[in-house]
Design a protein around this ligand. Structure first.
Ligand code: PHE
Ligand code: NA
Length: 437
């Protein structure tokens, strides 16, 4: 058996994890959620949710991963606790396939829009253009290309594939977004864009508090990639000398920063060149924003840069999704990595095609199904950490850390064992209710 890989450097792990976290969730979903839920007042609530629920959850994932040095299934099997927990690992493998199957559809759209920014194909009628390409054979074609790129990276391994590419991609995403935000700032009539995004609306928050909490929690899980097994798997390639709480906090804050930054690109641009957008959702990215590139001077170049940035963000996330089942096949069945990745390519192609051809399936998968899978997964990770690993989890949490890590270790254990799963259960429940209408 080949020796299991590890990250070359601490920065390598952080870039890979931030790359996983930073994705479509930050660039489109997050700014919208903020604008619609009270602007900067929402940011405050969201920050509390990220620090209070997201980071502890991220750390539960990290603890299980580094303690076991295995994929999700192998992790629960080797750390013990019985079959129910091994099944939770199995759920992660399922979740990862579900995630990639819809995410690569969007990845395909982005790839297409990147190319079309240079030809101007979506410029004349953004809405009609998007409708005509979003689902069907062409969507599938671009999905396959996007998936192929993901496969090539994962096939190359943890160090030569994932670490080597995300070490470039993640800083590039941040720099490009920063550059675009500065550029947007100098465009005419942007004030109402910033206003729409960040105006401090406490009244809205007060009136819709429960709904806002649920939305913030769902977003925190998706954007931090937790509850899926991705962060667990990435942490399984970590060595003992890193402090999990330190790395986890850096990752969560960088991810939040990128979300805020994305809003500073999107809204000034929209208000400056298109006017008030009519709705959120992934489609709007390809309609409203694409419409802005059609009117603004130098739109082809700026549009190209914009979609290139999102493409990097989406790729580094889909890479992290695919690594879950690959690690599973490699750890548990001794497949070699290229074999495992190739086999999964075929499987994901099938699952992905259903999403690329059927918009109804896509909507349900991308929304409620993913939300609920992540929530369930994370509830499981938290309970497992606190009640099956217990002291062992606290030890792993504290390892490599300083006074702060030692002080918060025990409180962290009991919070992830009690209040947080209850909170998630509650948001899961409200989710189901809203699903039933
Ligand atoms: N965090 C990614 C995003 O915001 C999505 C993701 C979810 C990636 C779960 C991996 C696992 O786009
Ligand atoms: Na990403």
């Amino acid at each position: 058996m080949v020796e299991r890989e590890t990250w070359i450097s601490r920065a390598g792990f952080i870039f890979a994890a931030v790359g996983s976290a930073v994705g479509l969730g930050n660039i489109w979903r997050f700014p919208w959620l903020t604008a619609q839920n009270g602007g900067s007042a929402f940011l405050l609530v969201y920050l509390i949710i990220v620090l209070g629920v997201g980071v502890p959850g991220l750390l539960a994932s990290f603890v299980i991963g580094r303690r076991s040095k295995r994929n999700p299934v192998g992790a629960f099997k080797s750390l013990g606790g019985g079959r129910v927990w091994t099944a939770l690992g199995g759920l992660c493998v399922v979740t990862s396939i579900v995630l990639i199957s819809f995410y690569t559809v969007v990845g395909g759209w982005i790839l297409r829009y990147l190319l079309e920014s240079f030809t101007g194909a979506y410029f004349t009628q953004p809405a009609a253009h998007f409708d005509s390409i979003a689902f069907g054979t062409q969507a599938f074609f671009y999905q396959v290309v996007f998936l192929l790129v993901t496969v090539v990276v994962v096939m190359a391994g943890v160090r030569k594939g994932i670490e080597a590419t995300t070490k470039l991609m993640t800083p590039a995403i941040i720099l490009l977004l920063g550059g675009l935000a500065v550029w947007a700032f100098y465009q005419p009539d942007t004030a109402s864009g910033y206003e729409f995004y960040l105006a401090f609306d406490v009244q809205y928050l007060a009136d819709n508090f429960i709904a806002v909490l649920g939305a913030a929690a769902g977003q925190a899980l998706f954007t931090l990639s937790i509850g899926s097994g991705t962060m667990l798997t990435y942490a399984s390639y970590l060595e003992e000398d890193r402090s999990l709480p330190a790395d986890g906090s850096i990752i969560a804050l960088l991810n939040l920063g990128v979300g805020v930054l994305a809003g500073l690109v999107v809204f000034p641009l929209l208000f400056s060149f298109v006017g008030e957008p009519t709705g959120g959702g992934t489609g709007a990215l390809f309609v409203s924003i694409a419409g802005a590139f059609a009117t603004l001077p130098g739109g082809r170049l700026i549009g190209g840069l914009f979609f290139f940035t999102i493409l990097l963000a989406a790729l580094s996330s889909s890479i992290s999704m695919l690594e879950i089942p690959v690690a599973y096949l490699v750890d548990e069945f001794d497949y070699d990595r290229p074999q495992a990745t190739g086999g999964l390519f075929a499987l994901v192609l099938g699952a992905g095609a259903i999403n690329a051809f059927d918009s109804n399936v896509f909507e349900i998968v991308a929304g409620p199904i993913v939300n609920q899978l992540l929530t369930l997964g994370l509830i499981g990770f938290m309970l497992y950490t606190a009640w099956i690993l217990g002291d062992e989890a606290v030890e792993e949490f504290t390892k490599g850390g300083g006074t702060i890590a030692r002080t918060v270790g025990v409180p962290w254990r009991y919070t992830v064992g009690t209040i947080l799963p209850l909170f998630l259960l509650f948001s899961f429940y409200t989710n189901v209710i809203s699903l039933l209408g």
